[in-house]
Design a protein around this ligand. Sequence first.
Ligand SMILES: [Fe+2]
Ligand SMILES: [Fe+2]
Length: 372
Amino acid sequence: MNMHSSDATTAEEAIAAQEALPPLTNEDATRVAMQNTLLTPRFYTTDFDEMDAIDVTPVRAEWDVLIAQMKADPNKGHFKKTADWDTVDWDGMEPKLKAEFIDFLISSCTAEFSGCVLYKEMKRRGSNEDITTLFQLMARDEARHAGFINDALREAGIAVNLGFLTQSKKYTYFRPKFIYYATYLSEKIGYARYITIFRHLEAHPEKRFHPIFKWFREWCNDEFSHGEAFALLMKTDPALTESRVNKMWIKFFLTAVFATMWVRDHQRPEFHKALGVDPAWYGQEVFRKTSEITRQVFPMTLDIDHPRWQPTLNRIQDANVRIAAGERQGGMAGKLKALGGRIKAGANFVALLTIPVQKNAVPDSPRLEPVY
Ligand SMILES: [Fe+2]
Ligand SMILES: [Fe+2]
């Protein structure tokens, strides 16, 4: 019998295990995964030589502990269906919920796989053993995560073609420092999102309409470790978080990542209703946890309780509805409507940036454990 992606020790093995499954050419799912908009997960490329040149000596003690934890691989074999995987009644699922949930799974699979391709490429191109070891371990985890979501999608007769995506999806270039900010944040917000849903469903098991949520605790611990690695990487160069310009970039990335999450989640009302979660509550809860965690390395947090914060996010959300409606409508009037929406979204994003931040004194040692 072939190996399952959850037992793979490298990303390559995990992807091969997924590809070896009976072919399911679902062009719709892959087409959704191929989309590149401000709101869909992208694939990234960077200056791999610059990243390979990182010297982790300043954080050596903490680095070795983290890498040893990741090498011990506590989640090997976790990301596969077991007896806990209840039967999913896809045909009986309310159509709107089904559509939103499938969209959620495809977008999550793409985001997981986006991490995998970036980390795998860094491992392939690098020669610095510290760096290649870390990136190979993270690529392994992300390939398992993406593979597991694909297993869930397969039951609905859908799969994202991971090999095709690697070859054909457009790659966006980010300078290494932007990769650190964006990836660090996406790992930590990923942790906060998964654990918040997991804890909510622990308290309200009757709302667990799909078994995949039972796997979220171990899952988010992987993301937490990945985030820890990026926190240590940023600690190797104080200018990354302390220079005036970089502080502005950090604020920009925090705002962009939070606003994107807000808009994306508000696009899935039925999904959140089924979970019994108010997207605004969920957003704020995730922002709060993420902010608390990022105090390990970022010199500021966003003021998410500022009176202008939520109303401005809601205006960006309204603008997004207008953009989507304009695009659906088509023609000159539709184009104008979408353009109006983009201007409104942009202006409100700038308005978010004018909210003063809360300063944070960064601790000497960034290391944290997942506590939520
Ligand atoms: Fe992941
Ligand atoms: Fe991750």
